[in-house]
Ligand binder design. Structure first.
Ligand code: PMP
Length: 405
């Protein structure tokens, strides 16, 4: 008999759901290793290699004994300075280096933000569809995630009236993410101002996740919440990182920009959790954030091209409704019209069931909306090659074309 580790894990940890996006990815990659020609729309990472000048900076750091030792928990001083300068350059948000905490990816910055700010029972409003780490990190910190739903009719963007309906005496925080994962939604300037002003008026903290800041397309513009709403600056933590903008998901460098007292609290927490982030990775991140944005623009142009291709191709499939996203590198398509239909002898009841069927029948991996708090949808990442993208959507089309009542 196998006793799952789950059975012996603490209640706090046993209650965490596995990352559905990573689970899809793992299953698809295992099939690929077994020789199957699986096309993966699951992963949230650019398919490009990290730009050469960044890799070279890391290689040089390997040979410098200064980087062979422990370094300050909050990050290398020169990297914190560079992140403060970059925050002004890219977001128009003036901060100093003491407000920056360098973390093992944006994920750790999110975890530490909730850990530093939440008390047991504090409610955190999380617009849904949401990136799955938010509710889990909130719960781990003793907080209570409160989803507020938006669907394709509003471009997956929540409005202030909806947020206000969810606010209670226990509401402590709001998660704001633009451009958003999984929907690619980008809030306009007026919308960003309205959300920020509402949070400031009610004394709420905001975690503003700005990791997709450079991935915006067409007429859409990125607006950093604390840049456009100065009143929220004293209660706002910005999360960012090099993963998405510089094709550096595996290097694990992110950061939080927080008011001084909270940055200090997060640094103390981090000093006991992980000490410093790997110095070599920090040296690479320094080259990334202090360099120009040329590689970022090249990658953005490729993503934009793929975005338009995938939206057009998915739009040609009966039963799939896919609004054109303005940012990040995901499309979030409604498949509600396909639920209840029969495809290749299987009755499709849920988006998760449909994702399973697509993996089996089309050898295509997508992430079901259940992972993001909204059943009835599929998320497809378009951070894969143009050829794979076209071939993969053609396969999806061929299978879904067989749907019958
Ligand atoms: N925020 C969002 C919205 C994301 O999609 C991700 C990565 N999937 C992250 C933060 C964290 O990225 P990382 O930990 O790789 O820096």
């Amino acid at each position: 008999m196998i006793t799952g580790t789950r059975g012996r894990a603490s209640a706090r940890v046993a209650s965490i759901a596995e990352s559905a996006t990573l689970a899809v990815d793992a299953k698809a990659k295992a099939l690929k290793r077994a020789g199957r020609p699986v096309i993966i729309f699951g992963s949230g990472e650019p398919d490009f290699p990290t730009p050469q000048h960044i890799v070279q900076a890391a290689a040089a750091a390997c040979h410098d004994p200064r980087f062979h030792r422990y370094s300050p928990s909050g990050g290398l001083p020169e990297l914190r300075e560079a992140i403060a300068a970059k925050t002004m350059r890219d977001a128009g948000h003036h901060v100093d280096a003491a407000q920056v905490v360098v973390t093992n990816g944006g994920k750790q910055a999110i975890y530490e933000t909730f850990a530093a700010l939440l008390n047991p029972g504090d409610e955190v409003i999380v617009p849904a569809p949401y990136w799955p780490t938010y509710p889990e990190a909130i719960a781990l910190a003793g907080g209570v995630p409160v989803p507020v739903f938006a669907d394709e009719t509003t471009g997956y963007r929540v409005g202030v009236e909806q947020l206000e309906r969810a606010r209670t005496g226990n509401t402590a925080m709001l998660v704001f993410s633009s451009p958003a994962n999984p929907t690619g939604a980008v809030y306009g300037r007026a919308e960003t101002e309205a959300v920020g002003a509402w949070a400031a008026e009610h004394g709420l903290w905001v975690l503003s996740d700005e990791i997709y800041e450079h991935m915006v397309y067409g007429d859409a513009e990125f607006h950093s919440l604390p840049a456009v709403v100065p009143d929220i600056r004293d209660r706002c933590v910005v999360v960012n990182g090099v993963a998405k903008s510089y094709a550096m998901t595996g290097w694990r460098v992110g950061w939080a920009v927080a008011p001084h007292d909270i940055a200090a609290a997060m640094t103390t927490l981090q000093s006991h959790v992980t000490s410093n982030v790997c110095n070599i990775a920090q040296a690479a991140a320094l080259a990334a954030v202090s360099g120009d944005l040329e590689a970022v623009s090249r990658m953005r142009a490729a993503f934009d091209r793929r975005r338009r291709t995938i939206v057009r191709m998915l739009g040609e499939i009966d039963g799939v409704r896919c609004p054109e996203p303005d940012g990040a590198f995901y499309v979030y398509a409604s498949v509600k019209d396909l639920l209840g239909k029969e495809i290749r002898g299987r009755r499709v009841g849920t988006a998760a069931g449909l994702a399973g069927l697509l993996l089996d029948e089309a050898e295509v991996a997508v992430v079901p909306g259940e992972a993001f708090g909204t059943p009835g949808y599929l998320r497809l990442s378009y951070a894969l090659s143009d050829e794979d993208l076209v071939a993969g959507v053609e396969r999806i089309h061929a299978v879904l074309a067989e749907a019958k009542d």
